[in-house]
Design a protein around this ligand. Sequence first.
Ligand code: SF4
Ligand code: SF4
Length: 140
Amino acid sequence: MHAEMLVLQFPREVVDQPIIYRLVKDFSLEFNLLRAAINPQQEGLIVMELRGHPQDFRRGLKYLRKAGVKVRQVAREVGRNEESCYQCGTCTAVCPTRALYIERPAMAVAFDAARCSACELCCQVCPAHAMEVRLNREAV
Ligand code: SF4
Ligand code: SF4
């Protein structure tokens, strides 16, 4: 069994096609969806763990690329620069795994690295750029 955490970007032309359904049906892959969103340009973004037999996995990725979906592995590790973080809480709204959360009653923004899937969504929204990718992201 092979498993990877992936970010899939769907261009507007394919956003309404049953691509994930085909991954399951035609390639016997399983997935764990962490986040799905459509941006104002009508492009889709999915963060998920995809797993299956290595050969099916490779065939599934080939199918995605052919369908026009941009696929990339998520970074191996995301960390927080404690000096830069000013506790605004913005990141807690996007974190799909609740690795970033409000700690009560202190109302401090806590970061539990063990729960982080390295999806990088917090890096995109943090106004202080305090959430940092610690290893290079690789294209698949
Ligand atoms: S968005 Fe950035 S500055 Fe705000 S709490 Fe999260 S890590 Fe800290
Ligand atoms: S990269 Fe950021 S948003 Fe993604 S799981 Fe880790 S802490 Fe949460």
